[in-house]
Design a protein around this ligand. Structure first.
Ligand code: NAP
Length: 250
């Protein structure tokens, strides 16, 4: 599918990787729209792009909020041909924290929050958007941002489980809906240089990490964009996970 003139809904497009995707897609002539939890950031994004990026405030982990935002988006005449499931939270917590003096077991609240933001969100938004794509009888592409943590990463039970779920949904939907002209691809970054990554890791951990990455550096957001663009443009790609990790394997 070509980018120019294509309507592309990006979740979590207000900052980090999502923001870069939106800006690059816009520069390539696509028409991005954004679901973003932070209403002020939605307004800022719309203003910064002179209204060329349309935004709908939405907590994508909330099924009712997704239904309302999809209805508002369609009501505004924005019918996406491509969905990029990017919104998510990165969370690290051991199954049992042996150093804790209080509750040692992984918090159930954080388990639910991470599964909600990283996996429920993909199911809620994709089911509604794909329903509309099928009704329009047009080709469509769903790109979901996963993570190499999906392979299993110590200290990231909830995050790894959620992203493994995203990969499983990608393969499932590719098999279920390929005959209807819909493609599903996951893009699994390793460590990308974003404010959220730098907030999550100390300088010492960052230095250690970079020594473990075969390419000896964090990835940049453009590397993720190039994979997303490839997923959209390559019409024979479906049911697969594109890893963008500088060679780092868990
Ligand atoms: P980020 O900077 O925190 O950006 C995530 C965006 O999603 C933010 O704008 C955030 O809004 C929004 N968001 C979070 N929860 C949401 C919800 N429930 N509903 C709607 N919007 C929501 O994170 P990032 O590093 O760009 O990560 C983007 C994606 O890439 C995530 O799926 C992440 O798991 C994945 N990823 C990132 C890396 C990395 O190294 N950065 C590596 C592998 C995978 P607020 O800021 O207002 O919460």
């Amino acid at each position: 599918m070509k980018l120019a003139g294509t309507r592309i809904l990006v979740t979590g497009g207000g900052s980090g990787i999502g923001r870069h995707l939106v800006e690059r897609l816009l520069a390539e002539g696509a028409e991005p729209g954004v679901f973003e939890i932070d209403a002020a950031r939605c307004a800022e994004l719309a203003a910064a792009t002179g209204g060329r990026v349309r935004t709908w405030p939405c907590d994508v982990s909330d099924a009712a909020a997704v239904d309302a935002a999809v209805a508002a988006m369609l009501g505004d005449g924005f019918e996406p041909d491509v969905l990029v499931n990017n919104a998510g939270v990165i969370h690290s917590e051991p199954l049992v924290n042996l150093l804790s003096r209080g509750e040692r077991a992984h918090s159930r609240e954080s388990w639910r929050r991470v599964l909600g933001a990283d996996l429920d969100s993909v199911f809620f938004v994709t089911s509604r958007v794909v329903d509309h794509m099928l009704a329009r009888r047009r080709k469509g592409v769903v790109v979901s941002i996963s993570s190499i943590s999906a392979a299993g990463n110590p200290g990231q039970s909830a995050y790894a489980a959620a992203k493994a779920g995203v990969n499983a949904l990608t393969r499932t939907w590719a098999a279920e809906l390929g005959a209807m002209g819909l493609r599903f691809v996951a893009v699994a970054p390793g460590f990308i240089d974003t404010p959220s990554t730098r907030a999550a890791l100390s300088e010492a951990s960052l230095t250690r990490l970079q020594q473990q990455i075969p390419l000896r550096r964090l990835g940049d957001v453009e590397a993720v964009y190039l994979a997303v663009r490839h997923a959209i443009e390559n019409d024979y790609l479906t049911g697969t996970v594109l890893e963008v990790d500088g060679g780092l394997v868990f």
